[in-house]
Design a protein around this ligand. Structure first.
Ligand code: SF4
Ligand code: SF4
Length: 84
């Protein structure tokens, strides 16, 4: 799964610089995550770092519309970082 930023986001800017895949950007109203670039931090960290730094409960959730296996997340990591 990729992660998803919800309407609970307060635009505190904490998560954007922490993403190792540059998947987070400011959208029209709140921050957003580019699903194609989110690996749930697989390849970088043991847990999603945006979730770790976000001060608001439920502002970042797993995206129910983007279910991906661990193998798929590793594939995304390899492609994103040109390791293939
Ligand atoms: S889980 Fe990791 S890769 Fe995905 S948006 Fe958060 S910090 Fe970026
Ligand atoms: S850390 Fe949480 S509240 Fe802050 S901008 Fe990111 S998603 Fe929004």
């Amino acid at each position: 799964m990729a992660l998803l930023i919800t309407e609970k986001c307060i635009n505190c800017d904490m998560c954007e610089p922490e993403c190792p895949n540059q998947a987070i950007s400011l959208g029209e109203a709140i921050y957003q995550i580019n699903t194609d670039c989110c690996t749930e931090c697989v390849g970088h960290y043991a847990a999603p770092t945006c979730l770790s730094v976000c001060p608001i409960d439920h502002a970042i959730i797993t995206d129910p519309d983007c279910q991906e296996s661990n193998a798929r997340l590793w594939e995304k990591f390899v492609v994103l970082h040109h390791l293939a």
